[in-house]
Design a protein around this ligand. Structure first.
Ligand code: IVH
Length: 667
């Protein structure tokens, strides 16, 4: 028998679920946020007195302690498919023709709907209670992220209404609204963490967090668009699925429409394209699905994609704004990069105020001027680019832009290296901006990897006059760190410890940190392997270097020139004196490496390795590198923009490694 008080508790739970539904599904709240919080507080008080009444569906149970250190991989009862993409009206027309042919009828019904740009999840309710949530994974099995999904305020923990099914597996997309994305990135900027490129990446990263209380802070959202399977026989169409889910209190995609022809579908596409900039979250297209479930069943699946649906993908989102100035940025090697300073404009999830213009030639080619109205675009990167100038809107009396003849940071006359597009500030030792950029690079991920010492911290250290050159970092005192803005006991301790830890660096990393021209990760490793110690490394001769497989004239010259400079040698002395202790690398003898006896072909562009350095690393491990793909090839290593060799390898069924696979394999 439930007591009167317990009955009251359950009623309160229902009341709160109902307010959640009105807010997140109906978008028509009937009480204020304060009133809602008040109800929640009342519930918490009762639960404190009667913890035995609390169920996992209670509105207070959003954050559950996660006991696992990772996520359990679970198979999908029904596979999670992906969609084939189309990019034009013609391709959509082809899709319709295919459907008509497969079904043997003309003008079947289609359901067109928003394509949410987020992370696909499968959500299970048993007896109306949320019990499980799983990522798409590879479509066959995904990660069980139940406790992270539970934190999503718009995901009901209980289904609503009188016709709650015994079992429901719904499919939807977790996403991050623009406003939340901006707030998250601002916080990351303040603490010097790398920014998320877009809301989708931020959502994906958030779902992977191991601590649900951290996920709760990310304010993710969810929208549903499907069910895993329909066996009740009650639902006939995709259109009805949306209504069915909504009736159960689940938030569904905001726009969907029933269409009977290409023209109707296209009208919907155009409507959504117009709506897109006004939406408070990212979409990347429209999904077009054959509407009748019986039709879907008839058509079935081809590989990972259903034959009954396609995605129409929008082009990269663009915005129009004006350039109020063109500034010049100085990089660590002295290269000058023009940057457009824009009137802030909102684009694909964030406010944009700057865009790189790459180099003077690019500015000239596109004739970009101060005062111009321009179209900007955001690709996959954080940095947006200027696509073109809207010439009709060019104000009178503008001038074409010229790269200044002097460095904006130190005033040195800039130089142009023949054969290069870039222009440089030649003042490598005295230019403040170059020094700052070099310090940022030195402390950064690719080099010494000093935790807690991001761009902002380095800027402060330089501004305070505590650091002028890399070696100064290692004699920083806690007293000095306390003087940095916002630094307290914990942050001072953390930074101090990271600096001490960074002193034990590997020799290749130390070499990277010196910033020698043309010396990337692969080359550093090759040279460090040969040198063994820093003492040997700093006096290597060109002949010695050229003996190393994978090192050519250009690298050897740059290397020797760097160490011939007494100022460079003096700074290395100071670094060593201040405690930096580059670890001699063990020269590994590879006997049973999996590469042993295997034949490789390299193609495309790798980022961390040159062709030669990758080839040398393969040879060290007992492998052989040849030029062309044949049946005898064991592996193809394919970088970006790989062409015909990749195609041939695919045809011959030769295993293909990308750069990340290669990196993993050589360690
Ligand atoms: S249907 C068989 N509908 O797009 C159906 N997917 O590119 C597969 N997506 O993995 C999904 N909005 O993550 C469907 N209205 C929508 C969608 C949608 C976004 C995502 C989903 C899927 C991906 C395929």
């Amino acid at each position: 028998m439930t007591s009167k008080e317990q009955h009251h508790y359950e009623q309160l739970c229902h009341e709160i679920w109902e307010h959640n539904r009105k807010y997140y599904v109906e978008h028509q709240p009937t009480i204020s946020d304060e009133q809602f919080d008040h109800l929640l507080k009342k519930l918490e008080a009762i639960e404190k007195a009667h913890p035995e009444w609390v169920t996992p569906s209670s509105p207070t149970q959003r954050v559950m302690e996660s006991l696992t250190s990772g996520f359990k991989s679970v198979p999908h009862r029904v596979p999670m498919l992906s969609l084939a993409n189309t990019y034009s009206k013609e391709e959509v027309a082809d899709f319709i023709k295919r459907v008509e042919k497969l079904l043997g009828k003309s003008a079947p019904a289609f359901c067109a709907e928003l394509k949410m740009d987020g992370i696909a999840v499968s959500i299970t309710y048993e007896k109306g209670h949320f019990v499980r949530g799983v990522t798409r994974g590879d479509g066959k099995k995904g990660d069980d992220i139940t406790n992270n999904l539970r934190t999503i305020a718009s995901l009901p923990l209980r289904l609503y209404g009188d016709h709650v099914p015994e079992f429901l597996e719904a499919r939807g997309e977790v996403y991050l609204p623009h406003a939340v994305f901006e707030t998250l990135n601002k916080a990351r900027e303040a603490t010097d963490e790398p920014l998320w490129a877009n809301p989708r990446n931020a959502a994906a990263g958030s779902l992977k967090l191991l601590d649900p209380s951290e996920v709760a802070k990310r304010n993710l959202a969810i929208a549903f668009y499907g069910i895993a399977d329909e066996s009740s026989g009650k639902i006939q169409s995709q259109y009805e699925i949306h209504q069915f889910l909504k009736k159960l209190g689940l938030p569904v995609v905001a726009e969907y429409a029933l269409c009977h022809s290409l023209e109707e579908i296209w009208q919907f596409v155009e409507k959504i394209q117009k709506l897109r900039p006004k939406l408070s979250y990212d979409i990347d297209g429209v999904v077009i699905k054959a509407d009748q479930l019986s039709d879907q069943k008839k058509m079935g699946v081809a590989g990972k994609n259903p034959r009954w649906a396609v995605a129409y993908k929008f082009a990269a989102e663009q915005a129009v704004t004006t350039i109020h100035a063109i500034t010049v940025q100085v990089g660590r090697t002295g290269v000058l990069t023009p940057v457009a300073e824009l009137d802030p404009v909102f684009l694909a999830g964030s406010t944009i105020a700057r865009a790189t213009l790459h180099n003077a030639e690019e500015v000239e080619r596109k004739d970009i001027r101060v005062g111009d109205t321009v179209i900007i675009e955001k690709g996959g990167d954080v940095i947006p680019k200027v696509v073109e100038v809207v010439l009709d809107k060019r104000p009178p009396h503008t001038h074409s832009w010229k790269m200044p003849s002097k460095c904006p940071s130190c005033g040195a006359h800039i130089t142009k290296v023949s054969g290069e597009v870039a222009v440089r500030c030649p003042n490598t030792t005295g230019c403040p901006e170059q020094l700052l950029r070099r310090l940022i690079y030195f402390a950064g991920k690719e080099a010494m990897d000093i935790d807690n010492m991001g761009e902002k911290v380095v800027e402060h250290l330089v501004a305070k006059g505590f650091v002028a050159k890399p070696s100064d970092i290692f004699v920083l005192t806690k007293e000095q760190l306390y003087q940095l803005d916002g630094f307290k006991d914990k942050s001072v301790d953390n930074l101090y410890q990271s600096i001490q830890k960074a002193k034990e660096v590997t020799l290749p990393r130390f070499m990277m940190a010196l910033g020698i021209k043309h010396v990337g990760e692969g080359i550093s490793e090759l040279i460090a392997n040969k040198a063994g110690t820093i003492a040997h490394l700093r006096c290597m001769t060109k002949e010695e270097l050229l003996e190393i497989e994978g090192i050519g004239e250009k690298v050897a010259t740059a290397f020797v020139e760097y160490f011939a400079d007494p100022e460079h040698q003096a700074e290395i002395d100071r670094l060593l004196k201040n405690g930096v202790n580059p670890q001699a690398v063990e020269v590994k003898q590879y006997k049973d490496h999996p590469f042993n006896g295997k034949t490789f072909v390299l193609t495309g562009t790798l980022h961390k390795y040159t062709r030669q350095s990758a080839a040398a690393l393969i040879k060290e491990r007992g492998g052989k590198v040849t030029d062309s793909v044949s049946k005898k090839t064991d592996y193809l290593i394919a970088g970006d923009e790989a062409g015909s060799k990749l195609k041939k390898a695919q045809e011959l069924g030769i295993p293909i490694l990308n750069e990340a696979d290669f990196e993993k394999a050589i360690t």
